[in-house]
Design a protein around this ligand. Structure first.
Ligand code: HEC
Length: 167
């Protein structure tokens, strides 16, 4: 393969900015073609998705801590998690891992074992669906156990695929 002549980064950045100004940005552009430091929108998107999932899970646990939980709230939050869990698999295009120079906790293992990652996301889809269907019944012990099982789906994925920066 012929080597591309090295271009100063500032030129590439100016070109990208100019193109974005003309076209309003190109959503199909891949992360790999972007100058380092420019964060692909999909990274912010998936982090927002996880933040919303985290807030919903917190709300579920908050209800379960009460003597008389609001089971309708638990059902609604579980449904929200279910919908958002379904988006996870679409939020990880190649070139957006911790090794690509972006501020992300997405480990390269996501792309090395994609079937496993997909299964981990599907597990959250399944466990949140179970919680959503169980919640309206009002059996606090069973709902609590299912919330724990759903939490296991979070942990199972984080342990393998998310950078642990809390050490
Ligand atoms: C299939 C894998 C997977 C599952 C399932 C999963 N997560 Fe995550 N989570 C990740 C990855 C990967 C990141 C890092 C994303 C990034 O930084 O780009 C993350 C990040 C997060 C963040 C930080 C978001 C931010 O940037 O502020 C929170 C909060 C979170 N997850 C909560 C949860 C909760 C709660 C659950 C379960 C209800 C869950 N996650 C299930 C993979 C998963």
């Amino acid at each position: 393969m012929p080597r591309m002549p090295a271009r100063p980064l500032v030129f590439a950045a100016a070109l990208a900015a100019g193109l974005a100004a003309c076209s309003g940005g190109d959503a199909t552009e891949t992360a790999a073609t972007k100058p380092a430091g420019e964060v692909p929108p999909v990274i912010a998107e998936r982090q927002e998705n996880f933040k919303a999932i985290g807030a919903a899970f917190k709300a579920v646990r908050g209800e379960l801590d009460r003597d008389a939980p609001d089971f309708a709230t638990i059902a609604a939050k579980a449904s929200l998690i279910n919908a958002r869990a379904g988006q996870i698999a679409n939020h990880f295009p190649a070139g957006t891992s911790t090794e690509d120079g972006f501020k992300t906790e997405a480990l390269p293992a996501i792309w090395k074992t994609p079937a496993e990652f997909k299964a981990a996301a599907q597990m959250l889809v399944d466990e949140s669906a179970k919680l959503a269907s169980l919640a309206p019944g009002g059996d606090k012990a069973a709902i609590g156990a299912q919330a724990m099982a759903m939490g296991g789906a979070c942990k199972g994925c984080h342990d393998k695929f998310r950078l642990d920066d809390e050490k």
